[in-house]
Ligand binder design. Structure first.
Ligand SMILES: [Zn+2]
Length: 233
């Protein structure tokens, strides 16, 4: 308000401008705001089914996943499968941003994105800090599979919706293998690495299960972004 009062005395070509003329002049001189850029859209391949109201979310996720440098393919989605298992907004993750996978794994895009973020922000930096070398491979035991929770009263596992991945080990740059089942409780650097990344996983995933959780997870980590919350890293 103070600024507009000060300019009411401005003169142009010897004529005193009225307040209304000044407002018009100010409007004409004001930098024009650019319309917001439309978000990039990823076009699904022919035959791919995107769920109503989820295609925009999926498009943003696919763009974010591609930006990490991960390699993946889209998974064509049919109607929910038998027994309630489904993979909505799924991708087949072929390679993490900076490490190979023991084999491709199918996950929802948000799960794959969280996994790639965890690889870049925790798995790799921790390996470099503790071993002075990168992680070159993550060995997993599956993502999307139609199965029920162990001891879950018949409830579907988050694996049945592609929101979980099981990890049984890693490979370092020099070929050293880290195994959950063999080294999680050992005193050496391998055991320290496995325990540290398992604890850190609790800040990236909703449910983290390790050999600390129960005997069903004595040989692998379970990481998911499903509805439940549990940290047994
Ligand atoms: Zn699992």
């Amino acid at each position: 308000m103070a600024a507009s009062l000060r300019v009411t005395g401005l003169r142009v070509n010897g004529r005193r401008l009225t307040a209304a003329a000044l407002l018009l002049l100010a409007a004409a001189c004001a930098p024009r705001s650019q319309p917001p850029a439309a978000p990039p859209v990823t076009v699904p391949p022919p035959g791919m089914h995107l769920w109503p109201n989820r295609d925009v979310i999926q498009s943003a996720c696919l763009n974010d996943l591609a930006a990490t440098g991960a390699e993946f393919e889209l998974v064509a989605q049919a109607e929910p499968g038998k027994d309630g298992c489904d993979l909505v907004n799924g991708v087949k993750l072929l390679r993490l941003p900076d490490a190979a996978l023991s084999r491709p794994v199918e996950l929802t895009c948000p799960t794959a994105l969280r996994f790639t973020e965890f690889e870049r922000e925790v798995l790799q930096p921790t390996a470099r800090r503790m071993f002075g070398q990168p992680l070159i491979q993550v060995n997993h035991a599956g993502g999307f599979t139609c199965r029920r929770m162990v001891g879950g009263g018949g409830r579907l596992s988050e694996h049945a919706h592609g929101r979980a991945i099981d990890i049984w080990g890693f490979v370092l740059g020099d070929g050293t293998k880290l195994s959950v089942t063999e080294q999680f409780r050992t005193r050496g650097g391998e055991g320290s690495y496995l325990r540290e990344v398992s604890r850190a996983a609790c800040t990236y995933f909703n449910v983290v299960l390790s050999p600390n959780a129960n005997s069903d997870h004595k040989d692998h980590f379970h990481w998911d972004i499903g509805r439940w919350k549990q940290c047994s890293g």
